[in-house]
Design a protein around this ligand. Structure first.
Ligand code: UDP
Length: 488
C-alpha cells in the first residue's frame, strides 16, 4: 500500500478554501491519501473543524492518520456576519472579497503553527483561491501543490480562451464562438461565459500568477474520463495528478451521510425508506449545490416543473433558498399534499452521494457544480443540466456534448454570482418538465445515455482502486513529495 517506508515520515498539510465544494473533496482526498500511510493535517477554521469532526472520527476508526487543526477566522473584523466561516453562509458576492481577505489573516497563525509542528510538513496542498499558501510554502522551503476542484476540460478550455482572447470579439449576448484548438465542437455564447466582476477578475489573475509557482496540480477527475483534455492540460502546467473521483473513498453509510453539513434525512431515514419503495431508476433527484440562491419565481417554476413531469422526485431546497416566501408558497399551493407519495422535499442539507447511490435514482437535475457532476458520473446517474454561474456551463457542455449522458434544461445566461439573477424567471416549468421527461424516457436515446453513464461509473470505480489510474497518481504524488524533500 505505502509507496515506501519513507512515506511514513511524510506530513501533508491540506488547506481548502472554506466552502463546501472545496472542503468536502479535500477531506475525501485526504482519506485516499492517508491509505498510503502518510500523516495528514487539514487546516480550517473553528466552526468548520467542528462541522467536519465526525469525518476524522471515521478516519481514525479506519486507522487513517488525519487531524483537523482550527485557526481563528476573523469574520467580524472583515464585516462578515458573526459565525460566517463557510461560503455557504455568504449571501452576497460583494462579501466574497471580504471572505478571501479574512482568510489571508490565517497566514500568520499558520506560520506560527508550522514552526512548532512535529513532524514538520513535507508539503502544502491547497485549493487555488488560497494563493497566500504559496508564500507559506516558500517561507518553509516546502513545495505547494494546487488542488483543483474543476475538470481538465474546463481548465484547458479556459486556458485556450485566455490565450486566444476569442471571446473579446463578441458584442451581443447571443454572439457565439467555438472553443479553439479542441477536438470537440464546443460552442459558447457570450452570455454563457462566466460573468466576472472586477474582484473576480483580479482573483483569477492572481490564481494564474501563482499557478506557475506551484510544484504541481492535483485535479479531482480521472484520466479515463477526459483523456485528451488531461494530456493537453499536462502540456500547460507543471506536473498534473488526476486523483479522483475522490467521493468514491466513502464506503460506509455513516461516512457518506457525514459529508458536509449534518444531513437532514438521517433523523428518521424517511427519504431512504421512501426510495426503497420506488421502482429502480424511476426517481429524479433535484439539487442545486451549496451556493446557488434561487429566486422565489424560479423556485416556483422548478417545483411546478417537477410536479407536472409526473416523475417521482426528491427536491432539495437548501438553507438560504428556503425562505419564508418559499415556505408560504409551498403552503398556499398545498404543494406537498398535491405531490404526496410521488415527491419529497428536503429542506436543508441532503446526503447527496447516498441518494445518488440508491438504485431507485435514475436522474439528477443538477446545477452542474463540478463535485456534483463528478458524483453523478461516478454513481452512473444521467443528468438534466441547469447551470447558473462560474464554470457550470463548461460542465453542462462536458456532460451533454462530450460524455453524452445528459440533456439540457435550456439555461442561456450565466449570472454574475450565486444570488443575482439577471431577470425574473430563467427557466419555465414547461422547460423543466420537458428536460426531466426526456432524461427519464425509456426510449432508445434514454437507454443509450443510461448505458454510457453505467460504463463511466464502472471505469471511475476502477480508477481509485489499487493499481487504478488515480491510485497510481497518488503514489506518484507521494514520490514527488519525497523527491522534493531529498532535494532540499
Ligand atoms: N452537497 C450535499 N448535500 C446538499 C448539497 C450539496 O452533500 O444538500 C454536496 C455535494 O455532494 C457536493 C458539494 O456539496 O459534494 C457541492 O459542490 P458542487 O461543486 O457541486 O457545487 P457548489 O456547492 O460549489 O455550487
Amino acid at each position: 500500500m505505502a509507496s515506501s517506508s519513507l512515506s511514513k515520515e511524510l506530513h501533508f498539510l491540506l488547506i481548502p478554501l472554506m466552502s463546501q465544494s472545496h472542503i468536502i473533496p479535500i477531506i475525501d482526498f485526504a482519506k485516499l491519501l492517508a491509505l498510503h500511510r502518510v500523516k495528514i493535517s487539514i487546516i480550517t477554521t473553528p466552526l468548520n473543524a467542528q462541522k467536519y469532526k465526525s469525518i476524522v472520527t471515521h478516519a481514525l476508526k479506519s486507522n487513517l492518520n488525519i487531524q483537523l487543526i482550527p485557526i481563528h477566522f476573523p469574520s467580524q473584523e472583515f464585516g462578515l456576519p458573526q459565525g460566517c466561516e463557510n461560503m455557504d453562509t455568504l449571501n452576497s458576492l460583494q462579501m466574497f472579497k471580504n471572505f478571501l481577505l479574512a482568510s489571508e489573516m490565517m497566514q500568520e497563525p499558520l506560520e506560527k503553527l508550522i514552526q512548532d509542528m512535529e513532524p514538520k510538513p513535507s508539503c502544502i496542498i491547497s485549493t487555488s483561491p488560497l494563493t497566500w499558501t504559496q508564500q507559506v510554502a516558500n517561507k518553509f522551503n516546502i513545495p505547494r501543490y494546487i488542488f483543483q476542484t474543476i475538470s481538465c476540460f474546463t481548465l484547458y478550455c479556459s486556458h485556450m480562451l485566455n490565450e486566444t482572447k476569442i471571446q473579446d470579439t463578441l458584442v451581443l449576448d447571443d454572439d457565439s464562438f467555438l472553443i479553439p484548438n479542441v477536438p470537440h465542437k464546443i460552442e459558447f455564447t457570450k452570455a454563457q461565459l462566466p460573468q466576472s466582476t472586477q474582484d473576480m477578475k483580479s482573483l483569477v489573475d492572481n490564481m494564474k500568477k501563482f499557478q506557475d509557482l506551484a510544484r504541481g496540480t492535483l485535479i479531482n477527475t480521472f484520466e479515463e474520463l477526459e483523456p485528451w483534455y488531461v494530456d493537453s492540460y499536462k502540456k500547460v502546467v507543471n506536473k498534473v495528478f488526476c486523483v479522483g473521483p475522490v467521493s468514491l473513498c466513502n464506503k460506509g453509510m455513516d461516512e457518506i451521510v457525514d459529508r458536509g453539513n449534518k444531513a437532514y434525512v438521517d433523523e428518521d431515514n424517511s427519504c431512504l425508506n421512501w426510495l426503497d419503495s420506488m421502482k429502480p431508476k424511476s426517481v429524479i433527484y433535484a439539487c442545486f449545490g451549496s451556493l446557488c440562491q434561487i429566486s422565489l419565481l424560479q423556485m416556483k417554476e422548478i417545483g411546478l416543473g417537477l410536479e407536472s413531469s409526473n416523475v417521482p422526485f426528491i427536491w432539495i431546497i437548501r438553507g438560504l433558498n428556503f425562505t419564508l416566501e418559499v415556505e408560504k408558497w409551498l403552503r398556499d399551493e398545498n404543494f406537498e399534499e398535491r405531490v404526496k407519495g410521488r415527491g419529497m422535499i428536503i429542506r436543508g442539507w441532503a446526503p447527496q452521494v447516498l441518494i445518488l447511490s440508491h438504485s431507485s435514482v435514475g436522474g439528477f437535475l443538477t446545477h452542474c457544480g463540478w463535485n456534483s457532476t463528478l458524483e453523478g458520473i461516478s454513481r452512473g446517474v444521467p443528468m438534466a443540466t441547469f447551470p447558473m454561474f462560474a464554470e457550470q456551463f463548461y460542465n453542462e457542455k462536458f456532460i451533454v456534448n462530450i460524455l453524452k449522458t445528459g440533456v439540457r434544461v435550456g439555461v442561456e445566461v450565466s449570472t454574475t454570482s450565486w444570488n443575482e439573477e439577471k431577470s425574473g424567471v430563467l427557466i419555465s416549468k414547461d422547460e423543466v418538465k420537458k428536460a426531466i421527461e426526456e432524461l427519464m424516457d425509456q426510449g432508445l436515446e434514454g437507454e443509450e445515455r443510461r448505458k454510457i453513464a453505467k460504463d463511466l461509473a464502472h471505469i471511475s470505480k476502477k480508477a481509485i482502486q489499487e493499481e487504478g489510474s488515480s491510485y497510481l497518481n497518488i503514489k506518484l504524488l507521494i514520490e514527488d513529495v519525497m523527491h522534493a524533500c531529498t532535494q532540499k
